[in-house]
Design a protein around this ligand. Structure first.
Ligand SMILES: [Ca+2]
Ligand SMILES: [Ca+2]
Length: 213
C-alpha cells in the first residue's frame, strides 16, 4: 500500500510518526469542529487573565514597597527618639565630644554620616544598647561591596534613608534641599527618596510630621 500521507508543504520528508499525530489531531478537530475553538477560547482566556493579573501584581509589589518604606521610616524614627531619651543628644558625630552633641539641625546626607548614626543606633554606644537592627536583606546587593553595604539602611529602592535630627532642640527639623528649606514640627524626620530615587519629589516617603513652612 502506498503512503496515504501527502508530502510536507516544505517538500522535505517529515518523520512519519510526528506527522501522523499532527494529522490525527487535525482530523479530530475538523470532525468535531469544537476542539480547536476550545483551544482558542482557553488561549484567549489565559491572555485576558494575564493582562489583568500582571499589572495587578506589579501594582501590589509597588504598594508593598511603599508600605515597607513607611514602616522602616517609622522604625528608624522610633530608634532615634529612644536613643535621645536615653542619652539626651542625637545619634550624630562623636558621642565623646560633649561640645558637639548640640548644634545645628543635621541630616544624614553622606554614607559616613549615615553609617555613624546607624552604628550608634545599632549598639555601638556607651550603653551597648541596640535601638535598631538592619538585616542583610537591606544591603544594596552586588553593585556595592559588602564593606560599603555594612551599616547602611537602604530603602526598598536601594537608596539610604535620610535622617533629620533636631540638634538645636527647638522641636523642629529644618530640611534644606535645592536651595529651599522646609521646617517640620518634630524632633526626628526620616525620609526615603521613594521609587524615583530623587530627593524632594512627590513620591518621597517620610514619617508623618507637620510641615510648618
Ligand atoms: Ca531644630
Ligand atoms: Ca523622590
Amino acid at each position: 500500500m502506498k503512503n496515504p500521507l501527502p508530502p510536507s508543504p516544505s517538500g522535505l520528508p517529515s518523520p512519519r510518526s510526528g506527522f501522523h499525530v499532527f494529522q490525527c489531531s487535525l482530523s479530530a478537530s475538523s470532525a468535531s469542529g469544537f476542539t480547536l475553538v476550545e483551544m482558542l477560547v482557553v488561549v484567549a482566556v489565559i491572555a485576558i487573565l494575564a493582562s489583568i493579573l500582571i499589572p495587578s501584581v506589579g501594582a501590589a509589589q509597588k504598594s508593598a514597597k511603599k508600605r515597607k518604606a513607611e514602616v522602616e521610616c517609622n522604625a528608624i524614627k522610633t530608634a532615634v527618639e529612644q536613643f535621645f531619651s536615653d542619652f539626651k543628644y542625637m545619634p550624630w558625630g562623636d558621642p565623646d565630644d560633649a561640645k558637639a552633641r548640640v548644634g545645628d539641625d543635621k541630616w544624614t546626607q553622606t554614607p559616613d554620616e549615615h553609617k555613624n548614626a546607624m552604628s550608634l543606633l545599632r549598639g555601638e554606644n556607651k550603653l551597648l544598647k541596640a535601638y535598631l537592627e538592619i538585616s542583610t536583606r537591606d544591603a544594596k546587593g552586588s553593585s556595592a561591596s559588602e564593606e560599603e553595604d555594612e551599616g547602611i539602611f537602604y530603602d526598598p529602592w536601594k537608596n539610604p534613608y535620610h535622617i533629620g535630627m533636631d540638634r538645636n532642640l527647638d522641636q523642629q527639623v529644618d530640611y534644606t534641599y535645592g536651595g529651599s528649606t522646609k521646617t517640620y514640627k518634630t524632633r526626628v524626620l526620616v525620609l526615603s527618596n521613594g521609587p524615583d530615587g530623587e530627593p524632594d519629589t512627590e513620591d518621597d516617603i517620610r514619617t508623618f510630621d507637620l510641615i510648618l513652612d
